[in-house]
Write a protein that binds this ligand. Structure first.
Ligand code: SAM
Length: 281
């Protein structure tokens, strides 16, 4: 039985890293007019009221989204951050107050055009129920099913372009390998797909299995970025957040480097951001 609920972690440093990367990818893809089918294989609730008891319990957004929100005026000269923060500001019921944090379904649906498509998979019945209650455009499908199997079954698609986000909770060790198998399978069916994969950085370093399987899988371009809060010492728990982008849009690395150079110092004295090509032809 699944127990992970993203509401306990909404708006934390990993969400900032993941959603800013996703936002930049979407922004690049929307520069061309040809339609796109988007997939979110692990959608979660879609929207997180920060006052919710689950979110208040750990209050992780106070060390993630909140410092950025508080610095938004100073960050307004950085183009990617300015538009990302403006999108978040537009979502708040009371101007000037950070009361809601948007999840990946919101980021993916917010700028969807008439001929684009979005499929949101969520397996947890309670989380899916929350997602079903969100107001989303009509070209968004919410599917209560396994997202990895759902992605595989849905490919290839009718639109010329495809973009998928895989953002599991990695509650089970097997998920690292399953995600790699799923990405490689998806790329065989849609060679030009842009695929984003989030992974946690934990002392056990299980993400290396995911990375190595992808490196050995014959893909041509995989870009990696990691945001760490501290060195991976003895301390338990997640010390960093990782993102892979298969077939990244041109210029993504520079845009994110400029934005993350401003974000990273706001997340603590020991936080670091680094990015490189994990696979380059
Ligand atoms: N992508 C979301 C975001 O950025 O706002 C957060 C997703 S959260 C990290 C992972 C979600 O995946 C949880 O809501 C969990 O219930 C769901 N989940 C776990 N296994 C799944 C599966 N096999 N298929 C679809 N959803 C799954």
């Amino acid at each position: 039985m699944l127990s992970y609920q993203h509401a306990y972690h909404a708006g934390n440093f990993a969400d900032v890293h993941k959603h800013l990367t996703l936002y930049a990818v979407i922004d690049h893809l929307l520069r061309k007019s040809s339609p796109i089918t988007f997939f979110d294989t692990h959608a979660g609730r879609g929207l997180y009221p920060l006052e919710a008891s689950e979110t208040q319990r750990l209050g992780e957004y106070r060390h993630g989204m909140l410092p950025l929100w508080q610095a938004r005026e100073a960050l307004s000269d950085e183009p990617l951050l300015a538009s990302w923060l403006e999108a978040i500001a537009g979502l708040q019921p009371n101007p000037g107050r950070l009361e809601r944090y948007p999840g990946s379904p919101w980021w993916l649906s917010q700028r969807l055009r008439r001929d684009d498509r979005l499929q949101l998979f969520e397996l947890h019945p309670g989380e899916h129920e929350h997602l079903a209650q969100q107001a989303l455009p009509t070209n968004v499908r919410r599917i209560h099913a396994d997202g990895l199997a759902g992605l595989s079954a849905a490919l290839p698609v009718a639109t010329p372009r495809v973009c998928a986000l895989l953002d599991p909770s990695y509650e089970l060790k097997a998920e690292y390998a399953e995600v790699a198998v799923s990405v490689l399978g998806a790329m065989r069916k849609a060679r030009h797909a842009v695929v984003l994969v989030w992974y946690p950085l934990l002392p056990a370093a299980r993400h290396l299995e995911l990375l190595e399987r992808l490196r050995d899988g014959g893909l041509r371009k995989i870009w990696r970025s990691e945001l760490t809060l501290r060195e991976p010492g003895e301390e338990r728990g997640m010390y960093g957040s990782g993102m892979l982008v298969v077939n990244p849009p041109w210029g993504l690395d520079e845009r994110l480097a400029a934005a993350m150079a401003r974000v990273t110092p706001l997340l603590g004295d020991t936080s670091r951001y680094r990015a490189d090509w994990w696979v380059e032809e």
